[in-house]
Write a protein that binds this ligand. Structure first.
Ligand SMILES: [Ca+2]
Length: 149
């Protein structure tokens, strides 16, 4: 390929990947609900349960949580492997975890599907500072929605 074409291709790919990252805003909700209730509530609010494709999204979401002084809590995202054990997707966007440059942010030893009942992905607060774990979908947690501007 010609250098110009290569540059244009690279810029196009970056825009496709980055545009959704940069044009989302996040809302944090301090009501404890199940994964599916969180998903439903975000949609009712005109958004989606949060998807964390890239480090920048993780940073922006955890900043919003920290700013709200809620970094000790744990938070629903849209990650789940409920459809097929070990095959994680961001359900709200229907894309696999790691779609962006292989990025994931699990706590060491997670996901561990403890007791065979952990199929939904939460950001864990406190010392884990927003890293991810699989947890039971019926457990009650705060949640983060994302909205297009
Ligand atoms: Ca786990």
């Amino acid at each position: 390929m010609y250098p110009k074409l290569v540059s244009i291709s690279i810029i196009s790919v970056m825009l496709v990947v980055l545009a959704p990252v940069l044009t989302l805003r996040y809302t944090v909700h301090k009501t404890k609900v199940t994964y599916f209730e969180a998903m439903t509530r975000c949609i009712k609010n005109g958004g989606h349960l949060a998807t964390v494709l890239a480090p920048l999204q993780q940073h922006r979401i955890w900043s919003a949580i920290t700013k709200a002084s809620l970094s000790q809590e744990s938070w629903w995202t849209s990650g789940t492997d409920l459809g097929m054990e070990g095959s994680w997707i961001w359900l709200a966007r229907n894309v696999p975890l790691g779609s962006f440059a292989g990025y994931t942010n699990f706590i060491d030893g997670e996901p561990n599907n403890a007791n065979g009942t952990e199929h939904c992905l939460a950001m864990v607060g406190g010392t884990k500072k927003g890293q991810w774990s699989d947890v039971g979908c019926d457990t009650l947690r705060f949640y983060v929605c994302e909205h297009d501007y």
